[in-house]
Design a protein around this ligand. Structure first.
Ligand code: PLP
Length: 386
């Protein structure tokens, strides 16, 4: 049997990882400024995370949600404390798409309505409703197409206002990333998020903060939506939550009431996943990683802004993007194959930086030096060619 070939891969085999570095099968060391797509929050193979998972593995790895799982309660308490959303409720699942799928469904159960407002350049995952609310026709299968999604331009307050005035009675939820990731690092304006809050209150709609990529401390706040000073009704989370151990979840505001059987999953909230997620929160707290992400991010953004060759540097915390001009279009490839640095991208011309929140200043400088060297070398090559 062969693999179903859906991923365009780099021909690199990673066999070891630690902190912000990974190593390939030949022992070549790479700096990871990509975090395996914003997943590595506390650093690869953090010793506390490894130990907590190993210890749990010796006890029990899995049992279904038909029994008491005290680790889930412990996780809910810790998450409430670290996120500052102590009065919220936690539902655990396994991935970002699943978190969004459950959030959209829950909203509809809650208010009995059907329409969902989503925005241009959004990415919410690949399950049925999540993909329908994603602004990319290429990944929406005919069976996922629905009239229930209304797409509006991101950050367009007038369009949002008008849409609610026209369809408010039918709108069940608004789903929005605080900082769009796959869309290319686009920050939602505070006033835009505040307007979503106001309109959701006025029309009894559910504000869903997709925090799968921009959440869990990555932005320098636990949720990037916190910058706007608003509380969403539902926060969806995954990526950084398990530092690579698959786990997702949704935080649900107290006014949304549960009912037995309303949501469910076999694997969600299993013992091993909870142990991994608890280890992540313990390290975030212990190593002060949210404020570290803010500091390192500010330093990195300021340094990037001083590089003339790259454009439109933007982001918050360690969720950063910049535009790469046409003459440097191979920059990402050169960083990887000449300087052994992983970065992320967003089509057509954005480089995305999503390193571990525990990246050190020295590692950030290592990246900046390599970036400056690569740009200088590319410019030199172009001069010679011309
Ligand atoms: C904002 C956002 N939401 C949802 C998802 C889907 O998460 P998953 O791939 O875990 O299903 C992603 C993944 O990139 C994402 O960036």
């Amino acid at each position: 049997m062969k693999l179903f070939d859906v991923y365009p891969v780099n021909n690199i085999t990673i066999t070891k990882a630690q902190g912000s570095y990974v190593w390939d099968e030949n022992g070549v060391q790479y700096l990871d400024m990509y975090g395996g797509h914003a997943v590595i929050s506390i650093g690869h193979t953090h010793p506390h995370w490894v130990k907590r998972i190993e210890d749990q593995l010796e006890k029990i790895a899995f049992y279904s949600n038909s029994i008491n799982i005290p680790l889930q309660v412990e996780l809910a308490e810790k998450l409430g404390k670290v996120s500052g959303k102590e009065d919220y409720q936690l539902f655990l699942c396994n991935s970002g798409a699943e978190a969004n799928e459950n959030a959209l469904k829950l909203a509809s159960f809650h208010n009995g309505k059907k329409k969902i407002v989503a925005f241009s350049k959004s990415f919410h995952g690949r399950t049925s409703l999540a993909v329908a609310a994603t602004d990319n026709k290429n990944i929406v299968a005919p069976v996922n197409e629905t009239d229930n999604i209304i797409f509006l331009p991101f950050n367009d307050e007038a369009a949002l206002q008008e849409c609610f005035e026209k369809n408010g009675k039918q709108i069940s939820s608004v789903i929005v990333e605080g900082i769009q990731g796959v869309g290319g690092i686009n920050i939602a304006n505070d006033s835009f998020l505040k307007l979503i809050r106001t309109l959701c209150d006025k029309y009894n709609a559910v504000y869903i903060a997709d925090s799968v990529q921009c959440g869990y401390g990555r932005s320098g706040q636990f949720f990037s939506h916190d910058y706007a000073g608003v509380n969403a009704d539902v926060y969806t989370m995954a990526k950084g939550m398990g530092n690579g151990f698959p786990i997702g979840g949704i935080l649900i505001a107290p006014h949304i009431k549960p009912k037995h059987g309303m949501l469910g999953t076999t694997f969600g909230g299993n013992h091993l996943a909870c142990a991994a997620a608890l280890a992540v929160l313990e390290v975030i707290e212990e190593e002060n990683l949210i404020s570290m992400a803010k500091q390192r991010g500010m330093y990195l953004i300021n340094k990037l802004k001083s590089i003339d060759a790259i454009k439109n540097v933007r982001g918050k915390g360690l969720m950063i993007g910049f535009d790469v001009p046409e003459e440097l279009k191979d920059l990402k490839k050169k960083l990887l194959f000449d300087h052994f640095i992983f970065t992320g991208e967003a089509k057509p011309n954005v480089i995305r930086l999503l390193p571990s929140l525990a990246i050190t200043r020295k590692q950030v400088d290592e990246f900046l030096d390599a970036l400056n060297d690569t740009i200088a070398a590319m410019k030199e090559e172009q001069k010679v060619e011309a």
